[in-house]
Design a protein around this ligand. Structure first.
Ligand SMILES: Cc1cc2nc3c(=O)[nH]c(=O)nc-3n(C[C@H](O)[C@H](O)[C@H](O)COP(=O)(O)OP(=O)(O)OC[C@H]3O[C@@H](n4cnc5c(N)ncnc54)[C@H](O)[C@@H]3O)c2cc1C
Length: 414
């Protein structure tokens, strides 16, 4: 059986990022995943600008390497469809020029993006990466270490510090860290791949459709390489059960009947099954660490409650987890009090954004407000510019949260 100081459970974006930062610091670690890569993960596959920032922090050459891959497309903005059907085109950069400006976002199937990260992992001798290892049990030892076992009880490793990055269904997060699934802070999602969807934006704008009788849920269409598209729906789990929504049925109905979508999907072919997965939202602050462990990414419930973005947040937590793992080893201190520094570092970086997005998420309860902003923006270039800058500038997002923003819109001419 292996004995190690640091073990990372899960080699998705959170776990792989932590392993790579540890390797950069010269710190060996064990990285375990039950899957064998490349592997699929149910996701919208949209990579925000923050993903590129995090890749650069791992290795300055990584963003260019990702951008050169034929398995991704660059994206220049978002087309929002308000409940009244009006389209609001919001480029990530106002007045962008696709020939000269770098794209702010990218879209890549997770089977490819996660494998891109794992390929970096495979090149690092500091990382002992083992695939096909399903860790079914984690048992605390009297000295604080964790004994990891497979489902048949076979011991896998004894570890000093466990970095838990095993995703939205993490048994460790539920049973040991005490993060129960909270329907008010959890989203249900479905994803399907299609070929032949008509009318995708030439600059690969991602589409978010807020449909009147499907709120507070939304539907997305994200362009992919080779004329494919990632199509899915998401809705707060609380709303799914309260309204007794059958998401699969609704997705099929909307694509077949919605005036803005039915023509576009008339000749589209679905590739493979419609697959579902949960999104643990970061709309409530939780403890991210405890005795001899840190929680990362979805296991720490860090997904943006408005945009559903979780890849970059998992990577941010991976970077801080590597830092705090090194600090804990140097200090030989794995107590909850010491490791709480990790919680502070993660929320310091993501807390304000998560709070703002929580406020934006609430806007979905007011479709009229949404319609109003969409109507106004269609005629008001200043507003369109503000909304576009919101994606790059957090202060702009804070403005949209203020009542004065809407008053100015109402009375401010144009
Ligand atoms: C429908 C849907 C749409 C989404 N759309 C987007 C989007 O467009 N953009 C975005 O940024 N985010 C999106 N997200 C969120 C994003 O998918 C997650 O936030 C992200 O994958 C979190 O990364 P992670 O490393 O924490 O976990 P994961 O990517 O889930 O990786 C966890 C890893 O742990 C492994 N594992 C699990 N259990 C065990 C075990 N017992 N033993 C060993 N290994 C184990 C798994 O095999 C997996 O490789 C979406 C999520 C859903 C469900």
């Amino acid at each position: 059986m292996l004995e190690t100081d640091i073990c990372i459970l899960g080699a998705g974006p959170g776990g792989a990022t932590a392993a790579l930062h540890l390797a950069n610091a010269g710190q060996p670690c064990l990285l375990l995943d039950r899957a064998t890569f490349p592997r699929d993960k149910v996701c919208g596959d949209a990579l925000s600008g923050k993903v590129l920032v995090e890749l650069k922090r791992i290795d300055a050459a990584l963003p260019a390497r990702l951008q050169a891959l034929p398995t991704q497309v660059p994206s220049w903005g978002i087309d929002f469809y308000a409940p009244n059907g009006r389209k609001l085109a919001v480029p990530f950069r106002y007045n962008y020029n696709p020939a000269t400006d770098p794209a702010a976002g990218h879209i890549s199937k997770r089977i490819d993006f996660d494998n891109f990260l794992v390929e970096q992992v495979r090149q690092r001798p500091e990382i002992d990466f083992r695939e096909g290892v399903d860790v079914a049990a984690t048992e605390p030892q009297p000295d604080g270490r964790w004994l990891l076992k497979t489902a048949d009880g076979t011991p896998v490793a004894v570890v000093r510090l466990l970095l838990v990055a095993n995703g939205a269904q993490s048994g460790f997060a539920r049973q040991i860290a005490g993060h129960a699934l909270e329907p008010a802070h959890h989203c249900a999602g479905l994803r399907a791949y299609y070929r032949g969807v008509r009318g995708l934006h030439p600059d690969n704008f991602i589409e978010l459709h807020f449909i009147k009788d499907f709120l507070p849920g939304y539907l997305w269409v994200f362009p992919l390489p080779n004329g494919e598209a990632n199509v899915g729906v998401g809705m707060l789990t609380e709303a799914v059960s309260k309204k007794k929504v059958n998401l699969r049925k609704r997705l099929a109905e909307i694509l077949a009947t919605h005036p803005a979508l039915k023509e576009r999907f008339a000749d589209a072919e679905r590739l493979g099954p419609v697959r579902g997965f949960g999104l643990p939202l970061g709309s409530r602050r939780r403890a991210l660490s405890g005795r001899n462990y840190l929680l990362l990414g979805d296991a720490a419930s860090l997904i943006d409650p408005f945009t559903g973005e979780g890849i970059s947040h998992a990577m941010v937590s991976g970077r801080h987890a590597a830092d705090w793992a090194s600090r804990a080893l140097a200090a030989q201190d794995f107590t909850p009090a010491f490791l709480r520094g990790y919680d502070a570092a993660v929320y310091n970086r993501l807390g304000q954004e998560l709070r703002l997005s929580r406020a934006m998420q609430k806007l979905l309860d007011y479709p009229w407000l949404f319609n109003f902003v969409a109507n106004r923006a269609a005629r008001n270039p200043t507003l369109a510019e503000t909304l576009s800058m919101m994606f790059l500038d957090l202060d702009m997002r804070a403005r949209v949260r203020q009542p004065s923003f809407y008053l100015k819109l109402l009375f401010g001419g144009k």
